[in-house]
Design a binder for this molecule. Structure first.
Ligand code: GDP
Ligand code: IMO
Ligand code: MG
Length: 427
């Protein structure tokens, strides 16, 4: 069984928790896009593990965990993450890095920081990890890849093309300092050492073997459908494709490999950074969700904006994300709520027009307000429940209604951060 785990909202849905659980059944776990903008949390054996780039399957032995071709890697951050996991006693012998992954250079983070700090309009609220500038250079065909680090000749040839362009941009557009070729070569030498034990040079043979032997592959997405560069709330998005389809371009496996695409969604919605968010609660209820759900970013520590579940965007995410089922997380956060709202349509405040399909022109979202239906809370602590049948009736009613609204079955219900606090719904 080959599965993709996709964030179905604006990130931080609990993808890592679901990836960790599903990784038990997988032989190969591939992170297919994004970089260290991601912050992924797994709670297992009374320990909290934080991942940014390293696949959340690394806690299991005898599995290959690949940082895939579609990712962008900030070498210093990779090294830091690796050291943190080693200090927690994690065995990283299964870790591999694709030679085709892109490298985030210091000028990428500088440009990201500059753009964010100096934007008078159009600030995106990025994580300042150089994600946008690295993907920009990849698409402009002036990026460096991990494999380049191991050929002096290639590096020299590429840098002769890249550096004059890059330095012109750095100095004339951004007023930043230029880089000498010697400095970049020195950095690349250091990076080559960092990645050396992990680079998967024989990946083609291994992918072929995996297909032939019927290995089970788990594709781990970062961010979420609503942050996808093609389908999200553009331009308030990240610069890659978290959707299910991104698993193919970002891994080297074709679409026919994929059996299931599991979209992870919270029972409410959170968002970090700028951009439209129709169901956002700028009030006491939003604060209550933030406080009970501990909604603060793993990567930047920023408070996450909170709001009610948005079935309009979720239905859209089911479509464009290619979701075959949904893992609904953080259901326990509503244990003490008397009422739970769900947005099933948007209303245009100017003329009363109702939208039940997601309107893709996000600059018009400021005119939209959510249309809610209200569900009774369940008033029971569900965090210890381990079977779907034992969930309180009101909780099950709520889940069934969500399935109707979003047009996809809920296959997993998560009732707490721990690996154990998971309910598989057998249909
Ligand atoms: P990811 O980026 O999608 O992997 O999610 P994050 O790790 O950024 O954020 C999810 C947070 O919610 C983490 O702190 C998880 O430990 C936690 N979490 C995951 N599932 C649940 C759940 O069902 N209930 C509660 N209370 N916390 C959860
Ligand atoms: P995980 O994988 C939540 C958001 C940033 C910003 C936008 C662009 O943990 O779900 P970027 O640095 O990617 O150029 O920022 O995307 N963002 C995330 N929000 N979770 C994430 O990752 C995110 N990665 C990026 O806040 O709004
Ligand atoms: Mg996260």
């Amino acid at each position: 069984m080959n599965r993709v785990v996709v964030g179905a909202q604006w990130g931080d849905e609990g993808k890592a928790k679901i990836t960790d659980i599903l990784a038990q059944d997988a032989d190969l776990i591939i992170r297919y896009q994004g970089g260290c903008n991601a912050g992924h949390t797994v709670v297992a054996n009374n320990t909290t593990y934080k991942f940014h780039l390293i696949p959340s399957g690394i806690l299991y032995k005898n599995k290959i965990c690949l940082i895939g071709p579609g990712t962008v890697i900030l070498p210093e951050y990779f090294e830091k993450e690796l050291n943190e996991l080693l200090s927690q006693g994690v065995d990283v012998s299964g870790l591999r890095v694709s030679p085709l992954a892109s490298i985030t250079m210091p000028y990428h983070t500088e440009v990201d920081g500059y753009s964010e700090d100096n934007a008078s309009k159009g600030k995106i609220g990025t994580t300042k990890k150089g994600i946008g500038p690295t993907y920009t250079d990849k698409m402009a065909r002036i990026g460096l890849k991990i494999q380049d680090l191991y050929s002096e000749e290639t590096l020299n040839e590429k840098l002769d093309i890249i550096l004059p362009l890059k330095n012109k941009q750095l100095t004339e557009v951004y007023g930043l300092a230029p880089y000498s070729k010697d400095k970049i070569l020195e950095l690349c030498k250091k990076y080559a050492e960092i990645f050396k034990p992990y680079v998967w040079f024989d990946w083609q043979k291994n992918l072929e073997n995996a297909k032939e032997q019927g290995s089970s592959v788990l594709f781990e997405g970062a961010q979420g459908v609503m942050l996808d560069v093609d389908y999200g709330t553009y331009p308030f998005v990240t610069s890659s494709n978290p959707i299910g389809g991104g698993a193919c371009t970002g891994s080297g496996f074709g679409p026919k490999m994929i059996d299931e695409v599991i979209g992870v969604a919270k029972a409410y919605v959170t968002r970090v950074g700028e951009g439209p968010f129709v169901t956002e609660l700028d009030n006491e209820i939003g604060k209550k969700i933030q406080s009970i759900g501990h909604e603060f970013g793993v990567t930047t520590g920023r408070p996450r904006r909170c709001g009610w579940f948005d079935a309009v965007t979720m239905r859209y995410a089911v479509l464009v994300g290619g979701l075959t089922s949904v893992a609904l997380t953080k259901v326990d956060v509503f244990d003490t709520f008397d009422e739970i709202k769900v947005c099933y349509a948007y209303r245009d405040k100017r003329n009363g027009k109702i939208y039940d399909a997601y309107p893709t022109d996000v600059f018009m979202h400021k005119y939209l307000e959510p249309v809610y239906e209200t569900h009774k809370g369940w008033g029971v602590n569900v965090s210890g429940i381990r079977s779907y049948e034992k969930l309180p009736e009101n909780c099950k009613k709520y889940l069934t209604r969500l399935e109707e609204l979003i047009g996809a079955p809920i296959s997993i219900v998560s009732v707490g951060p721990d690996r154990e606090q998971t309910i598989f719904k057998v249909s």
